[in-house]
Structure formats: C-alpha cells, structure tokens
Design a protein around this ligand. Sequence first.
Ligand SMILES: Cc1ncc(COP(=O)(O)O)c(C=O)c1O
Length: 438
Amino acid sequence: MTTTTLAKGPTSAETIHGQKELLLPSMLHLYKEPLVLSEGQGVRVRDPEGHEYLDLFSGILTTSVGHCNPKVVDAVTRQMKTLGHVSTLYATEPQVEAARKLADIAPGALKTSFFTNSGTEAIETALMMACLATGRSEIIGLRVGYHGRSFMATSVTAHSGWRPLATPVAGIKHAKSPNPYRCPFKQPCDDTCVDKFVDDLEEVIVTTTNGRPAAFIAETIMGVAGYVVPPAGYFERAAEVIRHYGGLLVIDEVQAGFGRCGDHWFGIQHHGVDPDIMVMAKGIANGWPVGATIATEEVANAWKGKTISTFGGNPISMAAMCATQDELRDHDAPHNATARGEQLRSALLEMQGRHPWMGDVRGMGLMQAIEIVKDPETKEPDKERTSRLMEATREEGVLIGLGGLHGTVIRIGPSLLISEDEMAEGISKLERAVDRVG
Ligand SMILES: Cc1ncc(COP(=O)(O)O)c(C=O)c1O
C-alpha cells in the first residue's frame, strides 16, 4: 500500500471516536473498523494517515468522473461565486440546462424533469407521479429490489435488512426477482424462465392487488441485490404486462445509469423498452446531491397540485451535474465502461477458474460482481470468507463494495473514466487479496 505525508488533521482514531459518539449507529460500514477517508483525486482516495486506496467502488457508483474532477470543481466554484441558492420558486438557467441534457439522452418520449436531492426523493416523486397519472395507488416492485431509505422507498424495497418497519406503506406488492443465478424455476436458468418470471408478475397483479396497479418499478440491474442482471426479454414482457393492466413502467437507473452498463446511457436501452418514468441519482453529478425524475409530458402534466423543493434544482448542484454530464459525454463513458468492464470481467473469470468459492461472476460494463458461496453446487452464501476478503482488499489498498440479500456479493463499480492502467492496477490488488483468502 502506498503512503504519503499529509497536512496534520484529526487522526482516523479520533474521527472514529467522534463517529461512534455522535452519529446514528445503524449506519453501515464495510470493514471490522470503519475506514476514514480524508482526500481523493481521480480513482484514488487517502486516509488521514496517508494510506492510499484505489477506489473501485466510487462512493457507491457515484464519483462517475473521478474524485474532485477538475472540470466539476471549476463549474461548482464558478457557480458558488455567481448564485448559490434560490429554490424552485424561481427559474435558473443551470436547472434548465441540466433538464435539457437529460432530455437529450433519455430513452423514448421521456422529456420532463423534476430535480431533488437524492435517489430516495426521486423515487418518491416517480411513484407519486405514477399514482397521479393513473388515478390509482397500488405499486408492484421486485423482491430483493432496493429503492431508498424513506417510508415509501423502504416499503417498495424488498430486502429485510433494509426494511426497518414491520408495517410499511400499504398497497405495495413484490414479484419474484428475475435472478438467473438463483432461478427458482430451472437450473441453469434459460429463456423459458423469462415467461415464468413474467407470469409471476401477472399473478401478483391479479391476486394481490385490485387488478388496477399504478406502476411496476424495477432497477435494470438490481444493485443492492448484488448486481442481479434480469434475463434478456424480461423487461419487454414485464412492460407488456403492466401496460395491459393499465399501469406505468417506472425504471430505476440510480445505479445503472449514465453509461455504467456500457454501450448506452441507460440500462433500459439494452432491453429496447421505453419507460413512462425514469429515476436517476448517484453518478448524475459526481457526488453532488442530485436526484432526478424524468417522465413523458403526458405523465408529468397529470401532476396538477402544487409542488416545490427548497434545495432541488439548486444552481450549484445543477452546475455540478452539467459539468459531470459534459465529462461523461466528452470521454464517451458508455464505451469506456464496455472496454474497462471487459478487462475486469475477464480477470474475474480467470480468478473464478482458480477459486470455486467465486460462485458467480456477473454484471454489465463497469458494474461487475462476485457472489461468494461455500460450495458452487449448494450455493450456500459464505459470510465468513466475504468478510475476510473485504479485510484483505483493504490491506492491499483497493476499495470494493458489498451487496446481496446475505451480504455475500462483492460489488465493483469504479469511476466511468478509469483508464486501462488504473484498472490493471486495481485488478492486481484485488487478485492478491483473492489469492490470500483462497
Ligand atoms: C437503485 C437505487 N435506487 C434508489 C436509491 C436511493 O438513493 P439515495 O441513497 O440517493 O437516496 C439507491 C441507493 O443506493 C439505489 O441503489
């Protein structure tokens, strides 16, 4: 691990002490002892003691154009000196420009945006919008899906560890997760299973709702679930089913959006389906708090009541978003994600050949995961080995994430601008950790 000398500030131990004393204890950390970070540049971050880490998780797939990207820093600094805040009661050019950039790259007829401060709020906006546009109130989500931390978002989330309340918002039901690795219908999962997953969605609608759902909401790659990639054909058929029952298709691109899956700007474009409403956050503004909900004009115009957001569409956040989008476009992020994703995936598959506990290697573009199991036949999740691997990667100086229902899926998702050499360096650090654990 590389170490550099830094200006004197609080030590890691002091920060951890403060965190334990003053912050909500239920906040998740990835290691036995929390890792304190104090500086970042590009794909590298450092702790207060000067230890450097290659960041392959980018603050949960968020620093899409790298830590402290100079173009984003410049845009934010300029905007801070010009106009810092007005609220949505006033029109500003940065907000219009940000909406124009989204409309330019969004699929189908998606055109009208509303900006918030997080993915959670953008999900709330999308579901409210779907209910207003249809005059209905029941929502179908997917089991093991994750959509945020509010009352409504935890209710549409179907992952016990992320659902603190026993009595969630009423009127939300969950269909089977289209997870090929753990397909309940057939092993190995094949094309015939798509029909069965879609039949299950339809059965949920006709048996557990009044048959008039407002919307079906799904992530194109299920992020917190451990990068579960629904099989080809699933979204096309699911869209037919929800529309047959008069509901809208709401697509959550909070993790998968902005080139992350490779080749296209959004995950849903790999499936040739146009959503009625789409939700974005995380990598949209390189770490500035921006959530966005975009809808067709028809759907958006159904919102007749008043709405404001004090901080949503804030000029500084919008300037950060515009600069981030320009960087993603100028560096052709979707194609870099494809190339660097292939580099990473072939290395992971090679490691899997040596280590049968790497039960599944999956993902698209720069969203690649390893599911860790005790035995590739039984697929029993291996928490103990996962925890050892997390500690080993920290010691080797590389940051990765965790996910999956049992917390046994390694998630990798670096900056979309990562170079070939940086990826090679990350792979060799990861490989050393994997071999140590093996
Ligand atoms: C797919 C998905 N949707 C929504 C959210 C909520 O976003 P936020 O944490 O910004 O509220 C997340 C966060 O991880 C997410 O992964």
